[in-house]
Design a binder for this molecule. Structure first.
Ligand code: HEM
Length: 200
């Protein structure tokens, strides 16, 4: 069966390969930024690209469980990889904004406190920290069921990230709305009654 074939192939793909492939955009974007490939505002462009990749990784992470439940395709071994990569991209996004864009610690704090879309982005980042810190095998074993409970944090993180994007976009823009709709649909699939309906 096709699903079994896909799962066989997936089993052979090491997680480190996914890390390498997904981290390629970092040096590529930095290089493009330094050589004029990111347009007239390279720092803003870099900030945006990193934020968007982070959001996509969060969404891919949320797709993995429903994908297995509804199709049998098992990418569970990459769920943690996607989470760690999402955190890496959010951290880089934050770093580019603070170090290259704002460039002053007092203004960084002022913006975090004063601009709601930045406060919301920061809240998402802070909620990701316990997940990133416990993403190693030792913590997974030590925390057991608590580790799984802790990962419920991915739901508010995704919602906050979606709101962050909608809030910072000026006027009505389709792209952030589509991201938010996808996030809400993926979270809705976790509601038991809806899950049964979709599976039926
Ligand atoms: C889970 C966390 C986060 C995600 C997924 C995320 C995602 C995004 C996305 C998708 C964009 C828009 C990209 C585009 O226009 O194509 C963006 C922009 C931005 N984000 Fe975040 N972000 C997060 C956290 C943060 C944090 C922690 C900060 C700073 C404290 C931050 C500051 C910004 C800024 C300043 C912009 C650009 C706004 C502008 O257009 O001037 N974000 N982010």
């Amino acid at each position: 069966m096709l699903v079994d074939r896909i799962n066989q192939v997936v089993r052979k793909v090491p997680t480190w390969a996914v890390y390498i492939v997904y981290l390629i955009p970092v040096p590529v974007l930095l290089y493009m930024g330094m050589t004029g490939g990111l347009g007239r505002e390279p720092i803003k462009a870099l900030e945006h690209e990193l934020g968007e990749i982070a959001l996509q990784l969060l969404i891919i992470g949320l797709c993995i469980t429903p994908l297995r439940r509804f199709t049998g395709v098992n990418l569970i071994k990459f769920r943690r990889t996607m989470g760690v990569l999402a955190f890496t991209y959010v951290a880089l996004h934050l770093l580019v904004w603070a170090v290259l864009d704002v460039q002053a610690l007092d203004r960084v704090w002022a913006d975090i406190l004063k601009r709601p879309y930045i406060t919301i982005g920061m809240a998402a980042f802070v909620l990701m920290i316990p997940l990133a810190v416990t993403s190693n095998n030792k913590s997974v074993r030590a925390l057991g069921a608590v580790w799984r409970k802790l990962h419920l944090l991915t739901y508010p993180v995704a919602i906050l990230a979606g709101i962050h994007f909608i809030w910072l976009s000026k006027g009505f823009q389709l792209e952030p709305m589509v991201y938010m709709a996808v996030i809400l649909a993926l979270l809705a699939l976790r509601v038991p009654a809806l899950r049964k309906k979709v599976a039926a």
